[in-house]
Design a protein around this ligand. Structure first.
Ligand SMILES: *Cc1c(COP(=O)(O)O)cnc(C)c1O
Ligand code: SF4
Length: 451
């Protein structure tokens, strides 16, 4: 049992300063500590007592939860690391360190695949910054107050908006825009609330955002999904927080309004399903009629093994969770540290699904959220003497692309869709106009891969 829970502790964020005051910190190897101290100037971390208790402190630095939540020396290029370390050693001012860190951050592709500029819907000619409408039936909503998390994942592509660079932030103005937009779009059946983590909000705030969506006039919005890491990082949100019971009552109200409500729970490792507290949270949520689906990116050093995924799905299914997506880690942040080649990702997915029964084979992956859509790796095959990836779209800008398998040349080192080339010398529709890098960058990448 996680001690924090036994104590019924209130949520408190732990950053570098608080960490340095914990006795446990002083016992870590100096180079580990230095790695965290330097890299966190660029990629800040945030954790809490519950997450610290999930870590096996005798297994550092390899412990998956440690890797998931603490920045590591290898996440920055050597010159970037040196630059920050030297500035700190020379007693540079916080402003100098911050300026250097900002410059490094901008090189880390903080908003891949047109996150900020594509798919922003309009209402009467005004752009609605807190909404995204990429696939016909689904609208994404980013409530402003939900733009942070109980802890940060070190690979997170949303880190830019957590770091206090104001012009990189998403802001949802208000739920009025959401309601007005949904009212004019009867084709939208799904609302997906995301962040950060919407469950960082109080129940009162969450109700203000989502309560109006339950109105009869918005009956066409059948499903409300809430993306959250809170079950893994702060399950007390559903058990012991002071408005936990109110939250469950709100879930019941949404179900009573005839909607399908699902928590899209981000679980990266089976250990996150192990505590008494998370199990109690799951039990309480399910008792309201809300479903819990589980999804996560495949991340090197955290969950890059079939055994880890199959155990996570098996445990999840036993607890009543539904496996949903296995994502490919996207091209942002310290991606070199975390990325897994597509060929390897497919192998892990395949071996993991082989180890579970049909109830856990509801998971789809490995899937890339790329500019043209969600692309899944369906297989690796030899066709007519050419080795190829078999791919399909799980979601696409153009709904007609969904479910039509297509081929790309096999490349054992490719880690993302934009590194793939059509197979059989053809130029297929789905590769057209979807490049996420300039031709020069692609050429550089090709040379790098060839070398
Ligand atoms: C994944 C995703 C969705 C939801 O797709 P489903 O197939 O319904 O899970 C919606 N919008 C965006 C931008 C997505 O990436
Ligand atoms: S929970 Fe999600 S949004 Fe929050 S830090 Fe992790 S990956 Fe990012």
């Amino acid at each position: 049992m996680n001690d924090v829970v036994a104590a019924g502790a209130r949520y408190r964020a732990i950053g570098l300063r608080q960490m340095e005051s914990l006795p446990r910190w002083g016992q870590l190897a100096p180079e580990l500590r230095q790695g965290v101290e330097v890299v966190s100037q660029v990629l800040p971390f945030r954790t809490n007592a519950y997450v610290l208790d999930l870590i096996d402190w005798d297994d550092l630095p390899d412990d998956p939860i440690f890797q998931l939540t603490f920045p590591q020396a290898g996440m920055l290029e050597r010159d970037a690391f040196r630059r920050i370390a030297d500035l700190r050693a020379a007693g540079a001012s916080p402003a100098e360190v911050r300026a250097a860190a900002d410059a490094i951050r901008l090189r880390l592709n903080p908003h891949p695949a047109g996150q900020l500029t594509h798919n922003v819907p309009e209402l009467d000619g005004r752009e609605l910054a807190g909404l995204q409408h990429k696939y016909r039936e689904t609208v994404l909503y980013f409530p402003a107050q939900g733009q942070t998390c109980h802890a940060y994942c070190t690979y997170c592509f949303r880190w830019a908006q957590f770091v206090g660079m104001p012009d990189l932030k998403f802001e949802a103005r208000e739920s009025a825009d959401l309601v007005a937009y949904l009212g004019r779009h009867p084709e939208v059946s799904d609302l997906l609330v995301t962040g950060g983590d919407p469950m960082i909000m109080t129940t009162a705030a969450l109700e203000k955002h989502l309560g109006p969506v339950l109105a009869d006039e918005l009956e066409h919005v059948q499903s409300i999904r809430i993306g959250t890491k809170s079950l893994a990082y702060w399950p007390a949100r559903f058990v012991a927080d002071k408005d936990a019971d109110d939250l469950l009552r709100f879930f019941e109200r949404a179900i009573a309004a005839g909607r399908h409500v699902a928590l899209m729970a981000h679980f990266s490792h089976p250990r996150e399903l192990d505590s008494d507290l998370v199990r109690e949270a799951i039990r309480r949520i399910r008792a309201t009629g809300v479903e819990i689906r589980m999804q996560a990116p495949l991340v090197r050093r955290v969950n890059d093994s079939a055994a880890v995924w199959s155990k996570m799905w098996r445990t999840g299914v036993r607890l009543g969770l539904i496996p949903y997506y296995m994502f490919v880690e996207r091209d942002t942040g310290p991606k070199n540290y975390f990325e897994v080649p597509l060929a390897r990702a497919y192998q892990i997915y395949r071996e993991a699904t082989q180890q579970v029964s049909g109830l856990a084979r509801t998971v789809r992956g490995p899937s890339m959220s790329a500019t043209p859509g969600k692309v899944r790796v369906l297989g690796v095959q030899s066709v007519g003497g050419e080795k190829v990836f078999l791919l399909d779209f799980l979601q696409a800008r153009n709904p007609l692309w969904v479910g039509r398998p297509f081929f790309a040349r096999f490349d054992p080192r490719a880690t993302w869709f934009d590194q793939l080339e059509p197979a059989f010398g053809e130029d297929h529709f789905f590769f057209d106009g979807v490049r996420e890098r300039s031709p020069r960058e692609r050429e550089a990448l090709r040379l790098q891969l060839a070398g």
